[in-house]
Design a protein around this ligand. Structure first.
Ligand code: G3H
Ligand code: 13P
Ligand code: ZN
Length: 309
């Protein structure tokens, strides 16, 4: 089974009012945990790679691992660049075998974002690759760049329509109150559903993307803290709020922080309970299992995309 684009996946997700999980990958155990979960759940899957992940593991290692996952699992998988911030990184991923790229021009002016996105769309489409773009700015931490809550801007619905028309991007990431990382809300969590509904009504049959959508599962935060970690006050997007987003055209939900927490909680627990262990397989095996169980839970309860193949 070769890589697939997100075109067909998003059409089915839109019609079925569910979302496809886009999980950030950095190494073999993370990829295996996610892919095993999707296989058991018979769920569509997007594996995404950030610039930081490419720097950490190298493009070639990640694409070869994903190639192995495709062959081993037989699943249709899309391989996506997460938060490409210039034309060159998008081109490099398109030339290097990805089936989908994100050009994130959200830090630029509306017109500059359009010009950059259009350039990527032209190159990508000529090579059979789809493009996600972003309008509006999320708060939080991305590749060590921190956007404070006051610099975050929600997506303007009318601008979203103009942006999609003028760029031809295949999906659009919107800002409605989610943010990257483990500290998403200071008080009560809230998302701007009225804005989401308006965007969705103005862009019928068009796939929207929700970044910063980890729940920051309390059991993993508690386990990290119990076994020597220090992650006070971490809070994510409650699961029922994410499930609701699927009803308004959100076809892709991005999850990274929950993977990090699941893996770290498991490794911390292992070291405290097994202080003599030093073979990485002894702690990476349960960590991979923790990722798999967490992703299965997401597929069933948050994305609502079990048995959608
Ligand atoms: O949006 C950011 C993702 O969580 C990727 O994070 O850039 O540290 O790999 P990263
Ligand atoms: P989280 O930090 O909420 O997992 O968001 C990840 C993300 O949006 C990657 O692009
Ligand atoms: Zn993101």
């Amino acid at each position: 089974m070769p890589l697939v684009t997100t075109k067909e996946m998003f059409k089915k997700a839109y019609d079925g009012q569910y979302a496809v999980g886009a999980f950030n990958v950095n190494n073999m155990e993370i990829i295996q945990g996610i892919v095993d979960a999707a296989k058991e759940e018979q769920a569509p899957l997007i594996l995404q790679v950030s610039a930081g992940a490419r720097k950490y593991a190298k493009h070639i290692y990640l694409t070869k691992l994903v190639e192995a996952a495709l062959e081993d699992s037989g699943l249709p998988i899309a391989l996506h660049l997460d938060h490409g911030d210039d034309f060159e990184i998008c081109k490099s991923c398109i030339d290097g075998g990805f089936s989908s790229v994100m050009i994130d021009g959200s830090k630029y002016s509306f017109e500059e974002n359009i010009a950059l996105t259009k350039k990527v769309v032209e190159y990508a489409h000529a090579h059979g690759v789809v493009v996600e773009a972003e309008l509006g700015k999320l708060a939080g931490v991305e590749d060590a760049v921190k956007v404070s809550a006051k610099d975050a801007t929600y997506t303007d619905p009318d601008e979203a329509v103009e942006f999609v028309e003028r760029t031809g991007c295949d999906s659009l990431a919107i800002a409605i109150g989610t943010s990257h990382g483990a500290y998403k809300f200071k008080g009560e969590p809230s998302l701007d559903y009225a804005r989401l509904e308006k965007i969705s009504n103005l862009l019928p049959n068009y796939p929207l993307v929700l970044h910063g959508a980890s729940t920051v599962l309390p059991e993993f935060v508690a386990k990290c803290n119990q076994f020597g970690g220090h992650i006070p006050g971490a809070q994510g997007v409650p699961e029922d709020m994410l499930l609701r987003a699927g009803k308004f055209g959100v076809c892709k939900i991005n999850i990274d922080t929950d993977l990090r927490l699941a893996m770290t909680a498991s490794i911390r627990e292992h070291f405290v309970n097994n202080p003599s262990d030093f073979d990485p397989r002894q702690y990476l095996k349960p960590a991979r299992e923790a990722i798999k169980n967490m992703v299965k839970h997401k597929i069933k309860n948050v994305l609502n995309c079990s048995n959608r193949l």
